[in-house]
Design a protein around this ligand. Sequence first.
Ligand SMILES: Cc1ncc(COP(=O)(O)O)c(C=O)c1O
Length: 417
Amino acid sequence: MTSTPGEPEATVAPKKGFDPIPSWVGPTTRLVHGARRPDWNAGSVVPPIYQTSTYHFPSEYSEAAQHGNTYLYTRSDNPSVEVPAELIRQMEGGEAVRLFASGMGAISATVLSLVQPGDEVVAVGGLYGGTTDLLSELLPRFGVRVRTVRDEAAGMPEAVLGNPTRLVLLESPTNPLLHVHDIARWAATCDRTSAMLLVDNTFATPINQNPLALGADLVVESATKYLGGHSDLVAGALVGPRALVGRVDAKFYFGATLDPFAAYLLGRSLKTLALRVERQNASGARVAAAASVHPAVARVHYPGRASDAEEEIAARQMRGRGGVVSLSLRGGRVAVDQFLRSLRFVHVASSLGGVESLACVPRLTSHRHLSEEELQATGIDDGLVRLAFGIEDSADLVRDVTEALDSIDTHSKAAPL
Ligand SMILES: Cc1ncc(COP(=O)(O)O)c(C=O)c1O
């Protein structure tokens, strides 16, 4: 199945217990009303926080438990966690969902639950540094081979996948170079070779892209980023068919449970996800355009800009291009230091997706564990800075970035930050 940009794909009915919502609603109506329950304490409009580790057994416990109608223990189930879980499930358009204590919790539990000794995992070029560490350092200890494909090979799944490939992991757009991979093409090739396709949708969010609708088997996200949206919580999500999520969920969940309070914050934040991402898309596109004509910038990295082929893929599979823009500055490290010092509203910090704009140097943060050769192979140069825009006014962000670029003195030797 392929996605048409602009058309919401996620029209799955709410889970039992939640108020029904028509399939025709737009994303924000769904995010505000998609996980309401008539039975919340005192009829509260806002879901209560069930800050409990355990639950009283009802007198008819054995019958309720048999029908899955009761809560047992918060590591497995908690009503506060179900609220954001249900919203993310509907937005991604999947049958089942599990929330985790972090994005890495979601990725590691998923990967480790689905592979066994003798399998091969294919990592499509440009993965988050933590995911790269998990694949390259942990999996080989358990007899799982990991093959990373980059550049041209990353665009040719038919030539890459073979018999022992159990799992393919890709991000699109990638962190930090914003390359776009053809999810539908990878999905079709995985179907032919019986491999599973796991897509990390953190950068796009379900507002801009629905990997399941494009044929992916599973989607993971760091909910710490856009879904949480306020840089005040850490969470992860896995969405997909019941049978596959159940394989991660039932036995090998590894206990990375989302805390009820963090779940409450996540549910509150999700109500504004579409509004925030709309603004972030606009700011990303405007800053990318402004930076592309600035003499201090050697290259702008933004989804679809890398080549005509990537533009065609992005136009086909994304409804918006996102709020992250990376810049390769001509003056290398010195220029990066001057640029970061001059930013007024864009704070220098790792992470992305919050209401405040952040800037970071990938070689010192998200990709700090990579060797010099790996950094070069990935295309992370000394002058690379990643900008993740928040919800400030787009014009102010364009001005802030342009003035900081203007401040770069290509002749001076500024002390490093
Ligand atoms: C694309 C991507 N996936 C996964 C993660 C890991 O998420 P978390 O920090 O919530 O564990 C990150 C973190 O930066 C990320 O950028």
